[in-house]
Design a protein around this ligand. Sequence first.
Ligand code: HAM
Length: 452
Amino acid sequence: MPGVRSKPGRKETVAKPKFQAPKGMRDLLPEDMERFRAVERAFRETCRLFGYREIRTPHLEATELFKRTVGETTDIVEKEMYTLTTKGGDELALRPENTAGVVRAYLEHGMHRSAPLQRFFYWGEMFRHESKQKKRYREFTQAGVECIGSPGAAADAEVIALAVEFFKALGLGHVRLELSTFGCPNCRPRFREALEEHFRINHKGLCKDCLRRLGANVFRILDCKNGSCRELVDDAPTIDGFLDTKCRAHFEDVKSVLNDMVIACEVNPHLVRGLDYYTRTVFEIFPADESGRQDALGAGGRYDGLAELLGGPSVPAVGFALGVDRIVRERKGEGRGAAAELGIDVYVAGPLQLIGLSQKKYRYNVEHLVIALRRAGLSCVSDLCTKRLGAQLKDADKLRASVAVILGEDEVAEDAVRLKNLQTGEQRDVNENQMVSEVKKMLETQRKESGE
Ligand code: HAM
């Protein structure tokens, strides 16, 4: 605990704090936040370049919204939703994903009438009560885009290109894109029959959940994580044998536009999405190394029937969501952190004896300097714990300050301050009213020297 010292030689037992973050949820500490913000900035900038505009919808939505769209028999709806009943009796759920919410908003605000083609992006927290696993959180951040209003393959390719550009901007240009198609309601009955037959013949290998899924929604078996079910899934028929002419042509078009854009993809007919609303194109993005096979960094696809499921007109749409927590982990593993973000510009320091002599005058001077620096747009802190000068400079180091402004007894008497370049150690005294411009010069020199 800060400020509490144990006696030398005595082992300290640290009691577990009474309150901890809920299971599967975690605190993002300032270092984590810097990493998240770096990803967010890259995502926002990529969306800007592609003409996508931000939309923000509530964290809570009607439970029915997800039942209808994501699907009653999906794991997300069946097992993972956090639901509640309000005092007024409304059934709400913490959003497990955001596509349904965005389409709900698109219809609610009549955007399909005013400007049918809309390009949205979002950044926000989602909630799924998942079983405890590495890289799966119960509260996690998604960065997503939804391109609503175009049925063409160019829209599918556009959102995929956006994801690819974003990963490049982050320095993770080597991700692997897996692509498939899930056909449409026209192709699916024959596919469903073939799957039902396959799993009925092999029902002994299915888990309890999948035996139930066989009757309710056989497609959900394709998504089961159980080992023996997975083996049966690997041998199951795939959609490519059942596509109708239009779905086949659309898939060929998507691959061809991606090819024109020089975006590499692997066609994987076994690719399955854990949400019911997909039609035609589906894709997932993985880290390039095989170890990440199970943990997609992001996923998406086309969902031409979703607006109609919500009582709206037929509106074709395609989008994706990326798992920001996983992307941050991936970057961290590659040694890309938040170093550039951590530093502050200036630490204003002063010796302790000065505080003892004329604390008021000293603090007045410090505050005066700190305010002037902040108003000039420089991030700046000063000591709040009456530490010695040496300890203050150690703090400056921890905070990765670039420049220290040191206010000594002599300097106070002469309306001067000492500037210390904390990267080179160089020091010089300047008049107080030149401090801001001199600090800026020093920071500029540092930036040039580090090649920024
Ligand atoms: P999803 O596949 O359920 O799709 O989630 C997208 C991504 O969110 C995943 O690939 C993963 O990176 C991340 N993710 C999902 N669950 C967790 C978790 N528990 N912990 C950490 N990360 C997680 C969707 O949500 C669709 N709405 C995507 C979409 C948008 N399709 C069309 N438009």
